[in-house]
Write a protein that binds this ligand. Structure first.
Ligand code: GLT
Ligand code: MN
Ligand code: MN
Ligand code: MN
Length: 386
């Protein structure tokens, strides 16, 4: 049990299992793995697909001939091992040209170059069959608000996304775009810091229906927010286009830990929301093995992410079938307000009836909803004694 198959729709990025263990204080601790080798290994583990930035596959300074050879070999590996590329994205953060932003750079030449690079990357993604295109604006932000660009930056960001959506439609790519929020790191403050910010911004775009969000567990946690709450709001808005599963301690640098490694309860409610809501998208792991690990540790990490998801999916089913938990839930939800339809549908008569109703306010405040017991039952189920 808990062995994944492609039907589980698990994906990893080339940059995740390919992470060589660099951090701001030290260089790589692992040898780079080639893209075709990663494809082969992920397929052996039961993964559905592999996602990429343009430069995870094709170096930024590759010639056209080198690009074509690399892409040809990668496509061969995909077809040999039956792996898909469901999502593509652009590296708009690694090169020094983007050190003060890409779409939100104060330098119009950098903004134009970011558009050019993204169109080329969208061409690559489309060639590989990607249907979702992610925008993580890692360098879109500031340390110095004296730059005076806070309002301009949002306008430039909007213009760029509108441009790229039109490009996708004009090429017939049919991409669904997913904005990935993050509060900080590498910038002091990143624009669109949370899922809520991104959802608000999407409503201001020219083609909002083409845009959704790609929430990441670690990023909402860095902002001190609840990941299940963030994805619930995205699901409610019909905007959960993609998801980055990993883990994170609050108040730390971006850790990108193995899914469920730190906060299994948050991971449980994440899995439960995805499964209960009928989310049909990819279960993408945006995380990497600890810097301490060798290659064996990398595959243990990847297997662990998927096993934990599948274990929690089974726990979610047990939770739904647990009679005591369901009874506690029933008792928690008082279904009848005792006022007929007066509180459910507005009419002048209903409003008048509701205004005239006498509530026992003291009794409402005195009720114990049983949440301590419900939570303890959940914990005991997660701890394996139910
Ligand atoms: C980078 C970042 C991630 C984003 C990736 C997509 S790249 O690793 O930390 O959160 O999802 O650009
Ligand atoms: Mn992260
Ligand atoms: Mn990350
Ligand atoms: Mn991410």
């Amino acid at each position: 049990p808990y062995t994944p198959t492609p039907d589980d729709r698990f994906t990893f990025g080339l940059w995740t299992v390919g992470n060589v263990g660099r951090d701001p204080f030290g260089g790589p601790t692992r040898e780079p793995l080639s893209a075709p080798y990663i494809v082969q290994k992920l397929a052996e583990l039961g993964v559905y697909g592999v996602n990429l930035h343009d430069n995870d596959l094709v170096p930024i300074d590759a010639t056209a001939a080198e690009r074509d050879r690399i892409v040809r070999e990668f496509k061969q590996a995909l077809s040999d091992h039956g792996l898909k590329v469901p999502m593509a994205t652009t590296n708009l953060f690694g090169d020094p040209a983007f050190k003060d932003g890409a779409f939100t750079s104060a330098d119009a030449r950098v903004r134009a170059y970011a558009l050019q690079k993204t169109m080329a990357s969208m061409d690559l993604g489309a060639e590989l069959g990607a249907e979702t295109y992610v925008f993580w604006g890692g360098r879109e932000g500031t340390e110095v608000d004296g730059s005076g660009k806070l309002l301009d930056a949002l306008g430039w960001f909007r213009d760029s996304l509108n441009y790229l959506a039109e490009y996708s439609e004009s090429q017939g790519y049919g991409y669904r775009f997913a904005l990935e929020p993050k509060p900080n790191e590498p910038r002091g403050d990143i624009f669109l810091p949370t899922v809520g910010s991104a959802l608000g911004f999407i409503a201001t775009l020219a083609r909002p229906e083409l845009f959704g969000v790609n929430p990441e567990f670690a990023h909402e946690t860095m902002a001190g927010l609840s990941f299940p709450h963030a994805i619930a709001q995205a699901i409610d808005a019909g905007k959960l286009f993609h998801i980055d599963l990993n883990d994170q301690k609050m108040g730390r640098f971006d850790q990108d830990l193995r899914f469920g490694a730190e906060n299994p309860k948050g991971a449980f409610f994440t899995v439960k929301l995805l499964e209960d809501s009928g989310y049909t998208g990819m279960r993408h792991f945006d995380a990497h093995a600890l810097r301490t690990e060798d290659e064996a540790g990398v595959w243990a990490f990847a297997r662990g992410c998927m096993r934990t998801y599948l274990i929690l999916k089974e726990k979610a089913r047990q939770w739904d079938e647990d009679a005591e938990i369901q009874a506690a839930l029933q008792a928690y939800r008082v279904q009848d307000a005792g006022v007929g339809e007066a509180a459910t549908r507005f009419s002048p008569e209903n409003a008048a009836a509701l205004k005239a109703h006498a509530f026992d306010r003291v009794a409402l405040g005195a009720r114990g909803p049983g949440l301590e017991q419900l939570d303890q039952l959940t914990m005991e189920l997660l701890l394996g004694v139910r």
